[in-house]
Design a protein around this ligand. Structure first.
Ligand SMILES: *[C@@H]1O[C@H](CO)[C@@H](O)[C@H](O)[C@H]1NC(C)=O
Ligand SMILES: *[C@@H]1O[C@H](CO)[C@@H](O)[C@H](O)[C@H]1NC(C)=O
Ligand SMILES: *[C@@H]1O[C@H](CO)[C@@H](O)[C@H](O)[C@H]1NC(C)=O
Length: 304
């Protein structure tokens, strides 16, 4: 008589339960999607025609370049450009800039920047595509990109005599900054200077800023790039310059401030570009002057 189980309240209960279950399923599916497809979100290697045409250094007045393919220990092939100055020139700088690319496009797109380091400043430049990007094989992942970094550092410090002698400076923008921090923290003996631009403490701490709805689900981020943990491991003797866009719409500028304060470097400086967004810092006034000054004055041999 008082059994509401099959009455209106029972039906209502069933409907609510069903909605809840559907909701949970949709939510679970979405999270499964985030879990499964985050590599595609975090490493959009096809964006900006990344797998399309790849310009070569001779198109930017760097005819003496080599195209090199490095094979990683797990069998991937990394597409690299190696651009060296004449070691016998009287003004040879003995410095090499290793460019750690930001997240989209291919190494051809970076050639205007390569040309500044090489033609205007006189430094050797080595640049490579992470696995899955450009003409490199495989698919991108944090684990894979770290193997790639190890391979490149091995080449520069053990397999090529000219690079081996030179002082290596890392230039990392955004995701490239995370790779640079990884190298400086774990292969520090190879490194004489570190340039970081608009990079993050970790992907988990960046996600809520880009996708506010995901702020409760950051534990699903398995591609974390925990720079926050690695930064204090960078030896104090490595000089560091940080270039921070204060209107960065992707990485909160507070991340750069926190990286700056966590760095143990005895010689660190942060420049803040008030009117700059995530990707236009390279065209801000004083950007290149500050970088050149840093490499000349803080990296051995000083003055070149
Ligand atoms: C360095 O010297 C060479 C000649 O040895 C000259 O061609 C070149 O322009 C000089 N580079 C710079 C950056 O001064
Ligand atoms: C470059 O610097 C290294 C380390 O200081 C030194 O051993 C080497 O002779 C230098 N090479 C040139 C060409 O200046
Ligand atoms: C920044 O990104 C926007 C949109 O993707 C692009 O139009 C612009 O050219 C980029 N600016 C620089 C300096 O790369």
């Amino acid at each position: 008589m008082f059994n509401f189980g099959t009455g209106i309240i029972g039906s209502l209960f069933k409907i609510i339960k069903m909605i809840a279950e559907v909701g949970v399923s949709v939510g679970a599916l979405a999270l499964l999607g985030i879990y499964t497809y985050q590599n595609k979100l975090i490493y959009p290697a096809s964006m900006n025609d990344g797998h399309g045409y790849c310009a070569t250094p001779d198109e930017y007045e760097m005819p003496n370049y080599e195209s090199i393919n490095l094979i990683t220990e797990d069998g991937e092939t990394l597409q690299c450009y190696s651009i060296k100055h004449d070691i016998n020139s009287i003004n040879y700088s003995n410095k090499t800039v290793l460019i750690l690319s930001p997240n989209a496009g291919n190494i051809g797109h970076a050639l205007p920047i390569v040309s500044i380091f090489y033609n205007q400043f006189g430094y050797n430049v080595f640049i490579y595509s992470y696995r899955g990007y450009g003409r490199s094989t495989g698919t991108a992942s944090e684990h894979g990109l770290k193997i790639d970094a190890q391979r490149v550092i091995k080449y520069l410090t053990e397999e090529d005599e000219q690079y081996q002698q030179s002082s290596i400076v890392l230039y990392g923008r955004s995701l490239g900054g995370a790779v640079a921090i990884y190298i400086a923290a774990t292969m520090s003996q190879a490194i004489s200077g570190l340039i970081l631009e608009n990079t993050f403490l970790s992907i988990r701490k960046t996600v809520p800023h880009v996708f506010p709805l995901l702020k409760y689900f950051t534990s699903f981020v398995h591609q974390n790039w925990d720079s926050e943990k690695l930064v204090p491991l960078i030896p104090a003797k490595i000089p560091v310059i940080l270039l921070s866009a204060r209107n960065d719409e992707i990485v909160p500028p507070s991340h750069m401030d926190a990286i700056y304060s966590r760095l143990k470097s005895e010689d660190k400086v942060i420049y803040k570009f008030e009117n700059s967004n995530h990707n236009d810092t390279v065209i801000q006034p004083q950007y290149w002057e500050r970088i050149q000054q840093f490499i000349q004055d803080k990296v051995n041999p000083v003055g070149y």
